[in-house]
Design a protein around this ligand. Sequence first.
Ligand SMILES: [Zn+2]
Length: 174
Amino acid sequence: MRPIHEIIIHATATPANWRAGEPTSAKVAEVRHWHVVDRKWSDVGYHYLIDRDGTVANGRPLARVGAHVQGHNTGSVGIALFGGKGGVADGMFEDNYTPAQDKALRGLIGKLRAVYPITQISGHNEYAKKACPCFKAMEWYRAPMNPRAAPAPAPAASPFAALLALLAKIFGGK
Ligand SMILES: [Zn+2]
């Protein structure tokens, strides 16, 4: 497996109701067609695509380097959210995507972080003059709009444990 240390988020830049009612697989097939036929790439550029209902679809195999951000494909995972048409670079996640997509993206990031030493979560707009994914990735990640979808907060350090550690230090305990 190639080393992976970053997740980069994208928009498909399709309207919110694009191919509504069709299966996610049909939408992924359409994006793959754009990338393979129109751009002559070997496969769809993203590793995952997340539909409006929160369905997570596989794109290019994770083991292969993606084609989603020039100069940052090596070492990264590309995730695209269906939607984002007409969005702006400093927009809000909820202006462009559904709560189901919020939950699914957080879940996918959590799964990837459990396996790979991810040190960075970015948006395409941090590397190119583009609106994509139409929100600020790290601001979104740090401020969940759906608290139930949020990762569990780190346990607060106990003042008692800190006092014990201090006493042990003073009195030579180890
Ligand atoms: Zn993008």
